[in-house]
Design a protein around this ligand. Structure first.
Ligand SMILES: NC(=O)C1=CN([C@@H]2O[C@H](COP(=O)(O)OP(=O)(O)OC[C@H]3O[C@@H](n4cnc5c(N)ncnc54)[C@H](OP(=O)(O)O)[C@@H]3O)[C@@H](O)[C@H]2O)C=CC1
Ligand SMILES: CC(=O)N[C@@H](CCC(=O)OP(=O)(O)O)C(=O)O
Length: 345
């Protein structure tokens, strides 16, 4: 299957290229760049020298729609909402790594993204691509809204607990930390080396656009309105997200029982790995891979359940999950092209 990538010189795109390069059923037909079309990809990213030789192209929707069956958007928010409808009209499937189609309410999008939302028909059409949870919906999607990085880690950690009714949905606190590649490739003062190195910063408290995304998904599981306390931190590392989640258990439950429930929930979903009792996952243990690793501690003293969820933000948090969704969409084994051990150390 021939595919195109839009936003070609960003981190999401180069990570998509890494997985698609070895994918047995796809061919990268076009890499689109609005800033560097005409350049060679290896002049932007020398690590692909002699391997990916396609020139970066300017976007022409009519021509591209004749050449490919699926388009990945690895663009900042605000771009795919304008471009995807042109592809969808020509029956080209779209997988969007940005937040443009994740929220079902245009008012909520406007409130959190400070811009107008995509037309409601596309918000309705989009399937939220949290692969392990919405597997069947993804298989039949035309437009996939790939989840955000923090929501992926947080939701995979929380949904089974809500689904089992083991925790109070009104008591959720998510304390999340991300490596700097989560902010993309463009430079900013915040991610400038001297500002970030040997430093740990909280940011966007109460303001992060992933708050409504997480609440939207959890509300479906809980069957009622809920609010989460969500805090984000920048960590001086390149890749990785850790979401440490605190939630009140409804009844006394042991760590062993929690692990058994999660193991059953994720049975048949090899990209979510449930750790054994006493083992807590670290970001290095999923580095460069599509795994989400979960660890648990149920504190009998306080009645609180702590869930630790780690992913690689660029893989399970973005491009890996996008490829997993493309696989589901095509009826291929979900792990096709994604069967990498994490890079260690
Ligand atoms: N980094 C991460 O960990 C995650 C990122 N995401 C989301 O994925 C998307 C891509 O992220 P990421 O790759 O990290 O970001 P980058 O900033 O690294 O790349 C985005 C790319 O989009 C293109 N672009 C920028 N501005 C415009 C514009 N005005 N019009 C068209 N294209 C533009 C540029 O490529 P070019 O000039 O070549 O077109 C740019 O390199 C974002 O929406 C991000 O929020 C989601 C989950 C995790
Ligand atoms: C470290 C860092 O800055 N992370 C980004 C994650 C954004 C992202 O990838 O999210 P969307 O796909 O929803 O835009 C942030 O907190 O804004």
């Amino acid at each position: 299957m021939k595919v195109a990538i839009i936003g070609g010189t960003g981190y999401g795109a180069i990570e998509l290229i890494r997985f698609l390069y070895n994918h047995p059923y796809t061919e990268i037909e076009a890499i689109i760049s609005h800033s560097q079309s005409g350049e060679r990809l290896d002049s932007v990213y020398p690590h692909v020298t002699d391997l990916v030789i396609e020139p970066l192209e300017t976007l022409n929707i009519d021509q591209l729609a004749e050449r490919v069956e699926l388009v990945f958007f690895a663009t900042p928010p605000g771009i795919s909402k304008k471009l995807a409808p042109g592809f969808l009209a020509k029956r080209i499937k779209c997988i969007d790594l940005s937040g443009d189609f994740r929220l079902k309410s245009s008012q909520v999008y406007q409130d959190w993204y400070q811009g107008s939302a995509a037309e409601q028909q596309y918000l309705d059409l989009a399937v939220y691509g949290l692969s392990e949870i919405y597997t069947e919906e993804v298989k039949n999607a035309e437009l996939i809204a790939n989840p955000g990085c923090y929501p992926t880690a947080s939701l995979l950690g929380l949904i089974p607990a809500l689904n089992h009714g083991m925790v109070d949905p009104q008591s959720i606190i998510i304390d999340a930390k991300s490596g700097v590649s989560g902010a993309g490739r463009s430079t900013s003062l915040n991610t400038h080396y001297p500002e970030m190195n040997e430093n740990l910063k909280a940011y966007k408290l109460g303001q992060h656009k992933h708050i409504p995304e997480i609440e939207q998904a959890l509300q479906i599981e809980a069957g009622k309105e809920l609010k989460v306390a969500f805090s984000t931190h920048l960590v001086p590392m390149t890749r990785g997200i850790m979401s440490t989640i605190y939630v009140n258990a409804i009844e006394e439950i042991s760590t062993k029982e929690v692990i058994e429930a999660y193991t059953a929930f994720y049975d048949g979903h090899p990209f979510v790995r449930v750790r054994r009792e006493g083992e807590l996952p670290a970001t290095r243990e999923v580095y460069g891979s599509n795994f989400c690793d979960l660890g648990f501690y149920s504190d009998q003293r306080t009645g609180k359940l702590t869930i630790v969820s780690v992913i690689d933000n660029l893989v399970k948090g973005a491009s890996g999950q996008a490829v997993q969704n493309m696989n589901l969409l095509n009826g291929w084994e979900p792990s096709t092209g994604l069967n990498y051990l994490p890079i260690y150390p």
